[in-house]
Design a protein around this ligand. Structure first.
Ligand code: SF4
Length: 369
């Protein structure tokens, strides 16, 4: 049996070429998009302005398939989390965070992650593969289906869930195109953010194909420290990363800024000396800074920063002229907070086994105290 094409994964250009390739006009692709995203219609027989033969072809060869929901939880602060069964024993997570009239969807782009940042629980799960564009868009459809019941919609998307988006480049570009497409979800390009740990060549590639917003998971102001926290830094050190950042932000135009993500970990990177080094490092990069107090998880080896250290860090950066936001922890009672997404993947790296052994040793140590 031929595999059906999941139409949730095709952006406007891809849909147009699907139809052109079948000898039809490109505008048919745009008509289809309107039915799906503006009318919420996925039944081809109801798309009466499409030729009957084409509707039959769509019926026989394509589908609209959403990821299977394995579990759904709502936090006491209103944060919602989906655990999605993405096949072959792999599960990923998506989270919606409501805040002051906004609904921010945090989307996963891979099953696990191969980058193994030392403070991230997703990284400890190992890696099992990329998500298809349709599965990334599917997270948006599920979230909107939930929100529409209370007359709301997803207003912002961040690709900061499980995975490194720029290592799933084509699918992420298609999915973000659909999120920003007027004929589909119509979000502003400022409201869809791809977050990277620093896959430098892919940042240059991204600038060639899109103007989606970009966030950099920096987390350290020096190579010595970043090598330990974000191991991809050994391949693409800070100087190369910031050169790529400057290139990308120039491409966005002077009214837009990058977002620098900085997770504060007690005694590791949260002291005034780090804030001073960070402010100096970023002086030529048009950016705003998001500070994220670390959310501990078992055997993470890191602790939450002290309130007074967070305050000093933020105040210093603000005095240097940086717009600096402190991200409050949301959804931690349902493990939906930043850095807590774990899903469950068939680990191809054996990292999960090593991590679980560490968790066991850690629990035994705690029990023995
Ligand atoms: S922080 Fe991001 S890039 Fe690093 S391991 Fe976690 S999911 Fe991967």
């Amino acid at each position: 049996m031929t595999k059906l094409i999941n139409l949730y994964g095709l952006d406007r250009a891809q849909l147009e070429s699907l139809f052109v390739g079948r000898g039809l006009q490109a505008f048919r692709g745009r008509q289809l998009m309107k039915w799906v995203y503006h009318q919420g219609m996925t039944d081809f027989s109801a798309m009466t302005d499409l030729p009957k033969s084409m509707r039959q072809w769509l019926q026989d060869n394509t589908c609209f398939e959403l990821p299977k929901v394995d579990a759904f939880k709502v936090s006491k602060d209103g944060t919602s989390k989906w655990v999605l069964d993405v096949g072959q024993g792999n599960f990923v997570e998506a989270v919606v965070i409501p805040d002051k009239g906004r609904n921010t969807l945090c989307v996963s782009s891979q099953m696990g992650c191969m980058l193994d940042c030392s403070f991230c629980s997703t990284g400890k799960q190992g890696f099992s593969g990329n998500l298809a564009a349709a599965t990334i868009v599917g997270q948006m459809v599920l979230a909107n289906n939930l929100l529409v019941e209370r007359g709301e919609r997803v207003t912002n998307v961040v690709l900061m869930g499980m995975g490194e988006p720029l290592l799933n480049f084509d699918a992420v570009v298609s999915a973000t195109n659909i999120m920003m497409e007027d004929l589909a979800f119509g979000l502003s390009k400022r409201r869809v953010t791809v977050s990277t740990a620093g896959v430098v060549p892919a940042i240059y590639e991204l600038a060639k194909v899109t103007d989606v917003a970009l966030a950099i998971s920096l987390h350290a102001p020096t190579d010595g420290l970043r090598d330990q926290l974000v191991p991809i830094n050994r391949k693409y050190p800070i100087e190369q990363l910031l050169a790529a950042c400057r290139h990308y932000v120039d491409h966005l135009g002077e009214r837009r800024k990058l977002v620098i993500e900085y997770t504060l970990m007690k005694g590791v990177n949260d002291q005034l000396e780090h804030a001073i080094a960070l402010a100096d490092l970023l002086k030529d990069v048009r950016c705003k800074i998001n500070l994220i107090p670390f959310n501990p998880f078992p055997a993470s080896g890191y602790e939450k920063p002290a309130k007074q250290d967070i305050y000093k860090f933020q105040t210093y950066l603000m005095k240097q002229g940086y717009s600096t936001m402190l991200r409050t922890t949301r959804g931690d009672d349902i493990d939906a907070a930043c850095g807590q997404l774990v899903g469950q993947v068939k680990d191809r790296t054996k990292r999960q086994t090593r991590y679980l052994a560490r968790v066991k040793a850690h629990s035994e140590e705690v029990a023995g105290l």
